[in-house]
Design a protein around this ligand. Sequence first.
Ligand code: ATP
Length: 736
Amino acid sequence: MSVRVVARIRPLLKNELDKDTIVTTDEADSGKAIPTVLRIPNPKNEAESFRFQFNAVYDQDATQQQIFDSEVSSTVKHLFKGFDTCVFAYGVTGTGKTHTMRGGKSLADRGVIPRLLSNIYRRSRKIEKDSGGATQVEVSMSYYEIYCDRVYDLFEAPEKRTPSGLPIRDNGGKTVVVGLSEKPCSTLKEFEQLYDQANINRSTSATKLNAHSSRSHAILCVKVTQTTEDKVLVSRASAIDLAGSEDNRRTDNNKERLIESSAINKSLFVLAQCVEAISKKQNRIPYRESKMTRILSLGQNNGLTLMILNLAPVRSYHLDTLSSLNFANRTKKIEVAEVENEPQYRNIVKPLGATASIGGATIARQPLRPLAGAHNANVADKEAEKKKSGDKPVKAFSVYSDRKTVSRVSNLPSQNQAARRIEPSHKRTADSHSTIASRPTKAARSDAGPRYEPAMSKASIEALISQRIEEKLAEKALQDAANVTAPALSAELQKRLDDLEQRIEIKEEDGKAQGLQFLLMAKQHQVRGEDVSALRMYQMAFPFFPSNDKLKNKMRNLEERIRTKREMENDRNSDAPMIPSSTTVSQKPSSLMAPIRPKPSNAYPAVDDDDFAPLPESDHDDDDDYASDASFRFRKGKPKASKKSAAPKRLPVFRDEDATPGEHTPRTSHLLRIINSKDVTKIKALKGVGTKKADAIVGCLVEMEDAEVRDLESLAMLKGVGGKTVENMRMGLSVV
Ligand SMILES: Nc1ncnc2c1ncn2[C@@H]1O[C@H](COP(=O)(O)OP(=O)(O)OP(=O)(O)O)[C@@H](O)[C@H]1O
């Protein structure tokens, strides 16, 4: 099943009433209750327009109620069936994301989130009532923001935050934030109090484009736990209000806002790269390059996913709107697997005649259903019935069956391979969770009527037990990780962390570290011939170096080059139809933000990037140590004559002094062979390279497509690698 993408065009704001409205629903859709096609003029030729098709398009007059009823309320049903759901708002700054997700205070103005919670509580009460109290529903939530690529708990006051934020980890295929608080809240009123208080903690500021601009991505995670006599079913609804991309030529942002803005733009850029990589079916999706993409895990998570694309109707947003539309057009093709969370059994139903000992405790096992067919628990009974009658089994919910996704999904043991689980920790005991303890004992319920008694092979049961143990170990590892922040942290480690934080802060203070990263990314894009992306990166770097004429020239040259290329393409395509269809829109460059295919390298004069490819300083801190191998010298590049002392650093220069000029020593050749093999395992085995660095190296190489690393200088230029790392890698090789 694909990500559902709907567009919402916001109404004109007071200060826009005299402005041109350029984004509308398509006239051809005028009879439809909910249009699906949106129209926007071609910025280069107003006589023609682009059409984009989505699952639904909501025009300016769409109400909050309409958006919720048509798009979100149905997800609540799935949530209670055990599916995770995710709704996120995407769009340029000031287009109405927060209005859509949070909304105003009046009943009519309430956004998706308060309505979602209201719906969840209503359904909970109904389930409890209909089951005569046999099913209890508990709702709890966590709420956090990603601000400047750091995760902060919004239930914590800002002054209590650790500057470095909360760590995130992968656990059983899901990304989790370690140390996040989870607040139980059982009524809408409680929710509103918590949510309002937390929103005060969220980072917002006034910018020229939005008086209450969100400076962070906000993620609300609502956990719904349904407990019956014998099982516990947990599912989660995520509601995400992404920060909006900003064109800093229009925002007049000050330095602090610029730093925030760059972090926002960078994460959205990574998100766009992920979406592009997914749509091109590339092996490597750069999720890990930003915390937001890691947490959103678009296309990786197994939930029902809805994206609300917020759009401003006015001309001043024209290019940004086209860029968002192109992004959304790609997103709608992303497939997500709908995988139901497995309920966990919390008591013994009937002994199988055998008992098992886990961790020393002897428990009678609950009969389990076969692994096959356990995937969709709610429909298993119906399937069995259908099978008996020879019909095709029915599914209450479609399970996406793309081969690639399935194999990925099947790698997530905690979600998919498991059938019914034995949950010793949930076994009812005197000291169990209060709601559990307050329930009648098993003995008292022995006449409670027939229970589900599926059969399961001994081998499957053993497999489940091992799996459960593994899960417990993973959970423990996660808890241990969380405890690292507790006093157990050694003084030395704490000092190192503090130093590191200080260094990052110092770098951020001079506002350059982030800028340099953008320049490096720009260069990488340019090397690959991706001029549009390179330009975007240079533009994002520009606020950090506003008086750098070279950078200005570089951007001007690139713009010129892109324009020339477009003109040449237009000339070539002059016979093509003037109004492209929605599908062609996404493939054709319709704005500066649209993707452009790499061009032959000799099509345009090369732009000299050298001044804009410095490595992070930390990579050069210990340059002097490099000369430990007699045959090998690392020298700093000679600083280029420059008026400013803060001139960017040059790339490191390596010399193989034992080698004939133009050749490498066997050691260097061997190292380059390993790197060019793109084999993460081999690269990871190099000295000083961990999993993260190895992934980053392979990621760079994959992005550079067929490019090979031909020398140590190029290797040192790769993202995350520096002179010292290269030296370590090389010196760690025993082979010559
Ligand atoms: N559908 C709508 N009806 C009425 N007003 C709206 C609507 N959508 C947005 N607005 C108004 O537009 C302004 C900007 O909206 P909002 O703050 O939600 O934008 P945003 O996309 O969240 O911006 P940012 O990314 O900067 O946080 C607000 O004043 C909001 O009240």
